[in-house]
Design a binder for this molecule. Sequence first.
Ligand SMILES: *[C@@H]1O[C@H](CO)[C@@H](O)[C@H](O)[C@H]1NC(C)=O
Ligand SMILES: *[C@@H]1O[C@H](CO)[C@@H](O)[C@H](O)[C@H]1NC(C)=O
Ligand SMILES: *[C@@H]1O[C@H](CO)[C@@H](O)[C@H](O)[C@H]1NC(C)=O
Ligand SMILES: *[C@@H]1O[C@H](CO)[C@@H](O)[C@H](O)[C@H]1NC(C)=O
Ligand SMILES: *[C@@H]1O[C@H](CO)[C@@H](O)[C@H](O)[C@H]1NC(C)=O
Ligand SMILES: *[C@@H]1O[C@H](CO)[C@@H](O)[C@H](O)[C@H]1NC(C)=O
Length: 796
Amino acid sequence: MTKTNSSIFHFAIIFILILEIRTQLSNESEFLVDRSKTGLTHVPKDLSLNTTILDISQNYISELRTSDIISLSKLKILIISHNRIQYLDMSVFRFNQELEYLDLSHNKLEKISCHPTLNLKHLDLSFNAFDALPICQELGNMSQLEFLGLSATQLQKSSMLPIAYLHISKVLLVLGDTYGEKEDPESLRDLNTQSLHIVFPTRNEFHFILDVSVSTAVSLELSNIKCVLDDNGCSSFQNVLSKLQKNSRLSNLTLNNIETTWNSFFMILQLVWHTNIKYFSISNVKLQGRVDFRDFDYSGTSLKALSIHQVVNDVFSLPQGYIYKILSNMNIQHLTVSAAHMVHMVCPSQISPLLYLNFSNNLLTDMVFKNCANLANLKTLSLQMNQLKELANIVHMTKEMKSLQQLDVSQNSLKYDESEGNCPWTRSLLSLNMSSNILTDSVFRCLPPRVKVLDLHNNRIRSIPIDVTSLETLQELNVASNSLAHLPGCGTFSSLSILIIDYNSISNPSADFFQSCQKIRSLKAGNNPFQCTCELRDFIQSVGQVSSEVVEGWPDSYKCDYPESYKGTPLKDFHVSQLSCNTALLIVTIGVSGLVFAVTVTVLCIYLDLPWYLRMVCQWTQTRRRARNVPLEELQRTVQFHAFISYSGHDSAWVKNELIPNLEKEDIRICLHERNFVPGKSIMENIINCIEKSYKSIFVLSPNFVQSEWCHYELYFAHHNLFNEGSNNLILILLDPIPQYSIPSSYHKLKALMAQRTYLEWPKEKSKHGLFWANLRASINIKLMDKAKEISHTQI
Ligand SMILES: *[C@@H]1O[C@H](CO)[C@@H](O)[C@H](O)[C@H]1NC(C)=O
Ligand SMILES: *[C@@H]1O[C@H](CO)[C@@H](O)[C@H](O)[C@H]1NC(C)=O
Ligand SMILES: *[C@@H]1O[C@H](CO)[C@@H](O)[C@H](O)[C@H]1NC(C)=O
Ligand SMILES: *[C@@H]1O[C@H](CO)[C@@H](O)[C@H](O)[C@H]1NC(C)=O
Ligand SMILES: *[C@@H]1O[C@H](CO)[C@@H](O)[C@H](O)[C@H]1NC(C)=O
Ligand SMILES: *[C@@H]1O[C@H](CO)[C@@H](O)[C@H](O)[C@H]1NC(C)=O
């Protein structure tokens, strides 16, 4: 086996192992220690006692002792491949009772000693320096053995006996370079395995006679078949293959690393065609020589699938048409010819039974299967990684493929020119992969009408046109890695359930998406340059509302890109307030607050009589201000009483019970014309006398007062002009409302005073009385009265 292949094999094992380790790691009880490629010459001493998986492959370890691993009692998997171990006593593992996977491949083992207590599932001793097969009696007791890797330079029938009763799933047998001297063709007769892989020595022409038709095998893989000298069908290898007929169970045959001539290659193909093999796979083929193989006999085959992968051709002038014809007319269901540098493929000459055709990684052009009606059964076609250029040609190619459901034309250079006209895609197409091409927005005008899965990732799409024909069946759309600026709605894709749109240029995905796409099960929209501004809030909110499985990669792949201050912040953690984002809301909020204020004020006015309070407070402040301006001397001259009260007889109850007691309580001296009556003078003269001796005059206004009393004063004011506009000396108390119309028109002064609204209103509510009295007192001006008191005292 070549170095590449052995390492591929090694990688395969590592890969499986990693998968295995992965699944086991999820258990949390596994403990992986990887010391591979670290230049070790000995097993390291500092390993955790909990180690369950130890990888010390690709080092320089030459020895394995009990003391190296005795403490690792939990060890399950040990990989020591690619080291320098020459001798191994399996008893070193006797204390590692959990050990079930042991990889000792690619060492220099010549000899091993077995130990009875081991019970491995996987034992790999391949690619070592054993002469004879390293199969000891104890191996026969490993009833769990699933994989056994062996190597030897000579095979003996007897050496297989110990393991003849095991049911091994897979045996890898690597034959050393010196194998072949004394071959016993029967040596594998007793091998009991489902799957056998034999690696022949690389150095020589294939001239072996080993019978590989192991009776239990279902699958056989043969590596390293070099057969360049015998251009006539490679007879020794053909002999080996022809014996496969004996094993009727054998269904899978794989040939790796074949180096032969074109003629021999076709003869081998022809030979296998007539065996029981159902799945034939050939990989890594190197071909040379002429092609003069004649007609291929397609009759009587069990073959269902042929796969030819990776072909290198050393011949320049090749009758290509002939080769393509042999391939295209194969009467099988599955055909793969990949990485084979094919430049063309011809149409089968009659209706082909092919269901699956895979021509990936070739050099095919748009001309492939042009006007080819004979692939009417084809369901799956892959032309991935070829030289396709015009989508219109591919559309026309499918027109005749009436059964085609799956088409992969990814990784070509496809573009679509709208001017090409109509798009007669085959109506059967359900899954179309056009990823990694150079398609633009126009591709949405040319899509198969019933497509369910559409992969357009890694193209040059900037937007999905709104007026595309509706794709009602589309369930899965991948437009990742394009230049889309918007998250499309599902208007035209009413069945869409999976949308992949990550790695685009979407900055403000619309929140309407989830409304528009009712059937969406999965949205992958991460790694876009999200603009973390107000507009994004709704989207973030609607993500929060859908179930968490729907938005793939949330929250890790959804990060703010702009503004700079938010760069890298996960959208999940981006918060702005509802108010600062929504202008309408802001306006409404202001409006509502205003309204609430207005309503409050109205309620206060109507139910609590706010204006009355305001007027009272206003008068209070005015009187205080006026009081300050009154010169003291003036007081000294005139004052004998603080206030004169005039009222109607009808209101005398209020005056006597409320007004006078409240004022006299404050030491306010009051002049009442009936109380301070001066005999011999008329009522009017007494009143005027009272007014002139008083600092203030209080009129208790009521409709009665207007009718019975005011006449005296109106006349008096007219003559004496005592109470000017703005005079301080007049206090009006409105006991009961006086309708404007009830004031006789001749009372000019009263009308004027009422219009100025400078009166104090007697409130009916008891709670307001306190303020009324305080205001009245202020109007009379207590502070000045104190002065007046002092003055009058000194006078006495
Ligand atoms: C974890 O591994 C232990 C032993 O290997 C096994 O008994 C147990 O069932 C495993 N647990 C889970 C959850 O896989
Ligand atoms: C080994 O496992 C034990 C029990 O499971 C645990 O307590 C201990 O911390 C582990 N040691 C290491 C080095 O992980
Ligand atoms: C295999 O196991 C059986 C029973 O467990 C035992 O009798 C026999 O000696 C073992 N053989 C070897 C070679 O260890
Ligand atoms: C044989 O090959 C087919 C197709 O590659 C595969 O599905 C099947 O599992 C193989 N069988 C065995 C036993 O390897
Ligand atoms: C076609 O073959 C290639 C190479 O064998 C493989 O990687 C690819 O998955 C196949 N494609 C399909 C659609 O099966
Ligand atoms: C389309 O092909 C690409 C490879 O070219 C592959 O990675 C992708 O998974 C395919 N898409 C689908 C939907 O199968």
